[in-house]
Design a protein around this ligand. Structure first.
Ligand code: NAD
Length: 271
């Protein structure tokens, strides 16, 4: 079988560089190119050198359409605006768009769903195998324990992260709400400060820490009377997300158009 050509969006970013390293090392995939935002100092730089894997003879450019034309799959960990724009180009080109970008609005997601009518989109706030299992466990534990157990979700990330709570923390909140058969938007408690009053029964709370170079820690706490269950995942290196994205790209190649998740890629979706 011929190798799947993979392009990288946001190729000079922390995840972009990790994606280049994974694609170069992966069986069945070949690096097709990489784009950066117009005006970036990294345009024209060799993307292998940016990623620390030596010169590859491929320069970072700022043309999404050209990247889509040269790729079977684009891996995109960039910004909401660039992801929505790229989804339209990827859909027109009929290629797979793997999206790790977080901080997407409801309107952004609606536009991605529209693009997924024409082509494959695989989107997950967290592409690691471990976190996707944590989502399953959270749903299961929430459904078994019921509202006598208060649910709190704590996350910590590096000092440069721009959105909060993390997309993964929100996905864990969604999983807990699904397990309880309720709507997260009706019970979400995202910022406690001052005299807040007692905790409201059934709320799902979020706590956010930022600092250092932490790649991503998440804990879901189920706090009952006199006992507590804590489910924790700690990412030691962002290579785990890049590995998951490459796996999603290989999985998505040849699939029918649709808006898929990592649970589909990993075979966790039983329905
Ligand atoms: P980063 O800021 O280091 O990298 C983002 C890159 O995208 C930058 O180099 C930026 O210049 C580039 N970019 C912005 N607009 C662009 C455009 N129009 N065209 C091309 N490139 C553009 O950030 P990061 O830490 O690499 O994270 C990127 C995103 O991925 C964030 O939303 C983050 O939350 C998310 N993330 C997701 C996962 C996951 O598993 N799903 C894991 C880690 C990070």
């Amino acid at each position: 079988m011929t190798d799947i050509r993979m392009g990288v969006v946001g190729v000079a970013g922390r995840m972009g560089r990790a994606l280049v390293r994974e694609i170069v090392a992966a069986d069945g995939a070949v690096l097709a190119g990489g784009i950066e935002r117009s005006g970036s100092d990294h345009i024209g730089r060799d993307i292998g050198e940016l990623a620390g894997v030596g010169t590859l003879g491929i320069e970072a450019v700022d043309n999404g359409q050209a990247l889509c034309a040269a790729s079977d799959v684009v891996l995109d960990f960039s910004s909401p605006a660039s992801t929505v724009a790229l989804a339209k180009q990827a859909a027109r080109a009929g290629i797979v768009h793997v999206i790790g970008t977080t901080g997407l609005s409801e309107d952004d997601i609606a536009q991605l769903t529209e693009a997924a009518r024409e082509a494959v989109i695989v989107r997950a706030a967290n592409m690691s195998v471990g976190v996707n299992l944590l989502l399953e466990l959270t749903r299961e534990v929430a459904s078994r324990l019921g509202p006598d157990f208060d649910i709190e979700i704590a996350e910590m990330h590096h000092r440069m992260k721009v959105d909060a709570p993390s997309g993964t923390a929100l996905a864990l909140g969604e999983a807990a709400a699904q397990g309880r058969g309720i709507n997260l938007s009706e019970v979400s408690e995202r910022g406690r400060d001052g005299i807040t009053g007692a905790r409201k029964r059934g709320d799902i709370g979020f706590a956010v820490l930022r600092g250092g170079t932490v790649a991503g820690d998440h804990t879901v706490i189920f706090a009952g009377d006199d006992e507590r269950i804590e489910l924790t995942h700690k990412a030691a290196d962002r290579a785990i997300f890049a590995r998951g994205a490459v796996r999603a790209g290989l999985w998505g190649a040849g699939k029918p158009a649709g808006h898929y998740t990592m649970a589909d890629v990993l075979g966790f979706n039983r329905s």
